[in-house]
Design a protein around this ligand. Structure first.
Ligand code: ZN
Ligand code: ZN
Length: 80
């Protein structure tokens, strides 16, 4: 199977850093629940943010048949 580089996540939570590729999530409340409590953040467009390609998986999000743990399968990590 040919490995394809992932494109950057479109949307990022400004509190927990959760990624999403749903453009409709922009400016909506984050959906992640941490320890049973809803995250208080909201999703922001990832445009203008600084991204690093994940070196562990070469931006593919997978290592062999496993999901890359470094980037949680996204292939990208926020700088900082
Ligand atoms: Zn969040
Ligand atoms: Zn990775």
């Amino acid at each position: 199977m040919r490995k394809v580089k992932k494109s950057k996540p479109l949307v990022v939570c400004n509190v927990c850093g959760m990624f999403s590729n749903e453009r409709q999530d922009i400016n909506h409340r984050c959906t992640r629940a941490v320890y049973g409590r809803r995250c208080s953040g909201s999703f922001k467009s990832s445009l203008g943010m600084s991204w690093d390609e994940c070196l562990s998986c070469s931006t593919t999000g997978t290592l062999g048949s496993e999901t890359c743990v470094e980037c949680a399968g996204w292939g990208w990590r926020l700088v900082g």
